[in-house]
Design a binder for this molecule. Structure first.
Ligand SMILES: [Zn+2]
Length: 243
């Protein structure tokens, strides 16, 4: 029994998008779910839903019905470092309330707005029953250590800028290296993007070029990786931990 699940470990990729930009539906969802049948995760700031440039609740409900995952990214996207513990709790509760009101599950995780946090913030988020998505700035295994006790090196969080700027040739090579190695080791790279934009040239670090993004998806598919949402990844790793 003990090794039954271990034998079924497969390489996987988890892709999420911060902020709930409209491009999550207009580009990312189209490229992933509609064209390739794979799912992703949007980390949403619920106060922005339905405002110009962001997802609408109708889009979120449609995406959710097709297996897309939604996690929290602060209700108003105010950096938690500028809020009191009570105000942070109010932000987290507002996300839960908005999700309940619109018929999608309350998040199991929080992606900190602007990726800033400290020990006190982590405690507030944890006490709200949430996992933290972006506990390190760019990469590492903090997510494992503090929340899920994943095995060291099992899950890598990676950002979208610098050497991993997918808009550059070197960035794309580095992405492929991460995916290739993860597939070999049956690990799970966890990528965080913002906007997927046609013709993006790297001048805006929030933007990732649509063609490069699609090429990364195809590379992962060619390598035999499965694409998991954050919730799927959490459940998969939890089961793995418990086997
Ligand atoms: Zn953000």
């Amino acid at each position: 029994m003990a090794n039954t699940l271990a034998k079924t470990i497969y390489p996987a990729i988890c892709i999420s998008f911060d902020d709930a930009f409209a491009s999550d539906r207009l580009v990312a969802y189209e490229k992933m779910f509609v064209e390739r049948g794979i799912k992703g995760t949007s980390n949403i700031s619920t106060a922005k839903i339905g405002t110009d440039g962001y997802l609408t609740w109708a889009q979120i409900q449609e995406m959710y019905a097709n297996g897309w995952d939604f996690q929290g990214h602060g209700h108003t996207h105010t950096s938690f470092t500028s809020l009191t513990d009570e105000q942070i709790e109010t932000e987290l509760q507002a996300i839960d309330d908005a999700c309940v009101a619109h018929g999608i599950p309350i998040p199991i995780a929080c992606s900190f707005p602007s990726s800033v946090y400290n020990e006190g913030i982590r405690t507030v988020v944890k006490n709200h029953g949430l996992l933290a998505i972006n506990l390190t700035n760019m990469q590492g295994v903090e997510l494992n250590r503090h929340n899920l006790d994943f095995r060291e090196g099992w899950l890598h969080r990676t950002g979208w800028t610098g050497i991993l700027d997918l808009n550059t040739d070197i960035g794309f090579v580095n992405f492929k290296k991460i995916v290739g190695k993860a597939v070999n080791r049956r690990e799970m790279p966890f990528f965080v993007f913002h906007k997927i934009v046609d013709g993006a040239d790297g001048s805006d670090p929030m933007e990732t070029n649509t063609d490069q993004f699609a090429a990364l998806l195809d590379y992962g598919i060619d390598q035999g990786a499965q694409f998991l949402t954050f919730t799927e990844a959490y459940n998969y790793l939890k089961a793995y931990r418990e086997y």
